[in-house]
Design a protein around this ligand. Structure first.
Ligand SMILES: O=C(O)CCC(=O)C(=O)O
Length: 303
């Protein structure tokens, strides 16, 4: 599979960033986040996974070697560890780092904010757990088409651990039909899994992959013995509409299985990282599985 194109050298050039996003549907920044900040989040989550018996006895927590207690996202046995992770302030603070708000604001051409539903992925080895099927975030997140997703490895993620792959240029396909599927999200976009424009890389802590909500992407099978640990956060323009409910409003990922923010944030130094700014315009959600979803116009002019 082809490697991701690094856009670090155009990080501060809004026009160049928009042109690259319009061409490729994604932007990749090697080492955008400070590695000590990412390591701190990794270490706190590794400790939770260790205490939850998700890690093999006798192994070092930071290596994330999976035990047989590690389960696929959303399945029985998942929510104890996941609730503890969702209570971790440093994990949520990562979403509002200036590097992320800066690049998303530059791309959107106005102030951006992070959706409070910050997702942590703890992907066990396959077979046993299914990788996230290929999909477009627009069907799930809705609200506005120009929501940007950041995918952030929290530990080293070589291709064999099943990090994210993106289909370069795929926003030009518009909103694709979907089929039911196994794996997180449980919907698969009808796109060519073997197209030559699929891209990935050997991710390092600090790297950031950013993409638009029409970009087809998915995880790859985890062929190691370790858990693959990553975060995905979403950003939108302050002036754009946001969907009510599910991932769209101020609820944690997997609420109500995961407690609400007043419970999760007890003892935090600040809750600003999980709050929606005043004045955001909310819209209703539609059924994400419906067939013909019109492709809304995008400010990124995917052409
Ligand atoms: O990390 C994963 O398995 C899926 C991530 C994803 O689909 C996303 O960031 O939108």
């Amino acid at each position: 599979m082809k490697d991701l194109r690094d856009s670090s050298h155009v990080l501060t050039d809004a026009e160049a960033l928009r042109a690259r996003l319009a061409d490729d549907g994604y932007l990749f920044f090697r080492g955008l986040l400070p590695s000590d900040v990412v390591s701190d989040v990794h270490n706190q989550i590794a400790r939770i996974l260790y205490d939850s018996n998700w890690l093999a006895p006798g192994t070092a927590a930071e290596e994330l070697v999976a035990s047989d207690r590690a389960v696929e996202e959303g399945s029985p046995g998942f929510f104890g560890a996941y609730t503890a992770i969702q209570s971790t302030e440093a994990f949520h603070q990562l979403a509002v780092r200036p590097e992320l708000l800066g690049v998303t604001g530059r791309l959107l051409g106005e102030e951006s904010f992070a959706h409070p539903a910050h997702i942590c992925r703890i992907a066990p080895p396959s077979p046993g757990a299914n990788p996230t099927p290929i999909h477009q975030d627009y069907r799930f997140i809705q609200g506005c088409v120009d929501t940007l997703t950041s995918w952030i490895p929290l530990s080293e993620a070589p291709p064999e651990i099943g990090g994210l792959r993106v289909f370069a240029g795929s926003p030009r396909l518009g909103v694709l039909p979907v089929k039911a599927s196994d794996g997180p999200g449980m919907m698969r976009a009808e796109a060519d899994e073997n197209h030559p424009e699929w891209r990935t890389t050997s991710y390092q802590p600090g790297d950031v992959l950013l993409f638009g909500s029409l970009t087809v992407h998915g995880a790859m099978p985890n062929r190691t013995k370790q858990l693959r640990l990553s975060a995905d956060f979403r950003y939108q323009a302050l002036s754009a509409p946001m969907a009510r409910d599910l991932l769209g409003t101020g609820k944690p990922h997997y609420h109500p299985e995961v407690p609400d923010f007043p419970t999760l944030t007890r003892g935090w130094t600040s809750t600003a990282c999980v709050e929606i700014p005043a004045g955001v315009n909310f819209v209703d959600r539609w059924d994400p599985r419906v067939d013909d979803v019109p492709t809304p116009p995008s400010r990124f002019a995917y052409a």
